[in-house]
Write a protein that binds this ligand. Structure first.
Ligand code: F6R
Length: 368
């Protein structure tokens, strides 16, 4: 069943090129129009929305955080992202012109389901991004985009995350198409890059043998930090969550620019700090992140740097480099997350934990 892998989680990590490619399948037709047939919400209605609110839990929430950057950039519609269990209890401002997007792998998460019900009671339209056909959340929503990742059995979500980000991007591009905030050729360019991602994810998977050695080196540390900026920030949060969930290691993700406002006090001799570096040249944040790496290294951190191939600037400050294929900033999370998933899986395996069934966790959380 595990197809020769030791864990379902590892199998699912290696399925990600196929999973992302299945999410993208058939969405971009011959006359280069993005078609999301499942969206049974009239274009006129999609043109009238004035706010997008993404609601989800855990890893799906982090996928939403990534998506916010792309959706706002492409549609110019304000987009908020909220943890589902916090959403309905604060009397959120939801109107018939709000588009609520829920993200859930299982489609059964009670916190997210309650948010769907609350949003619809306020007259909002709800689009579900979901992996499980016929599950409760899509049934109770106005429309659904299925991620088509195939069953995810490992409790820690992996291909769930990558396909959720991909589906959110499809939705963002579709809204941009309907609302006219991006021209057809711009959408085609982004779609073309999205279609290159499965092969690049495969390239990342093919180059990860040395993560085993890294896990060997680090599996007994008391604490690990993850830093990123822009879309790299939710990647940092996701890297930390994977370590907590399956390796039971204390791990935290921060926006790299926030370090100096407090968390840098945690940095002491030998603490591993993973840093996601935005693409060089095309990105103003690149140099700022390099300075952040220097700052933690000067205080004794052991820096593990995820950086685009060909970027040599960071080399002097990296104790370990993890090379990523080139991609535009918004698409980099589809690559940068993968080594962090593998690292967590390796550490948990070395520590002798049940990677697929971590303690205290269930695959779908059907209580509020
Ligand atoms: C993380 C994880 C959880 C889920 C969260 C939402 O690896 O598995 O954080 O992402 O419970 O679950 P779904 O997506 O099923 O709503």
């Amino acid at each position: 069943e595990k197809g020769g892998y030791d864990w379902f989680m590892r199998k699912e990590i290696y399925e990600q090129p196929q999973a992302v490619s299945d999410t993208l399948l058939g969405r971009f037709d011959a006359d280069r129009q993005l078609t999301l047939d499942e969206i049974r919400i009239a274009p006129a209605e999609l043109r009238s929305i004035d706010k997008i609110v993404i609601v989800a839990c855990g890893t799906a929430y982090y996928a939403g955080l990534v998506a916010k950057y792309a959706i706002e950039h492409w549609t110019r519609v304000p987009c908020e992202v909220e943890i589902a269990s916090e959403f309905r209890y604060r009397d959120p401002i939801i109107t018939p012109r709000t588009l609520v997007v829920t993200i859930s792998q299982s489609g059964e998460t009670a916190d997210t389901l309650m948010a769907v019900r609350h949003a619809r009671e306020q007259g909002a339209k709800v689009i579900a991004i979901c992996n499980t056909n016929g599950s409760t959340i899509p049934r109770e929503s106005d429309a659904v985009i299925y991620t088509h990742a195939g069953p995810e059995i490992g409790v820690a979500s992996t291909k769930g995350f990558l396909t959720q980000v991909t589906a959110c991007y499809l939705l963002g591009l579709y809204l941009a198409q309907v609302r006219g905030t991006k021209f057809g050729d711009e959408i085609a360019t982004i779609m073309a890059e999205l279609e290159t991602m499965p092969a690049k994810i495969q390239q990342v998977l093919d180059g990860t043998e040395d993560l085993h050695a890294l896990a060997r080196e680090l599996h007994q540390v008391p604490s690990v930090l993850f830093l990123g900026r822009h879309v790299g920030y939710p990647v940092a949060l996701e890297g930390a969550l994977k370590l907590k969930e399956i390796a039971y290691l204390h791990a935290e993700g921060f926006p790299a620019g926030e370090l100096k406002h407090g968390p840098i006090a945690l940095v002491e001799e030998g603490i591993p700090v993973f840093v996601v570096v935005p693409p060089q040249g095309r990105d103003q944040l690149h140099d700022k992140v390099i300075s952040n790496i220097q700052e933690v290294r000067a205080r004794g951190a052991r820096t593990i740097v995820l950086v685009e191939e060909g970027d040599a600037e960071v080399e002097p400050y990296a104790d370990k480099l993890i090379r990523l294929p080139k991609a535009s900033t918004l698409l980099q999370p589809l690559l940068a997350t993968v080594p962090l998933q593998i690292f967590a899986c390796e550490v948990a395996t070395l520590l002798g934990h049940d990677v697929d069934q971590p303690r205290n966790l269930a695959k779908s959380v059907t209580v509020e």
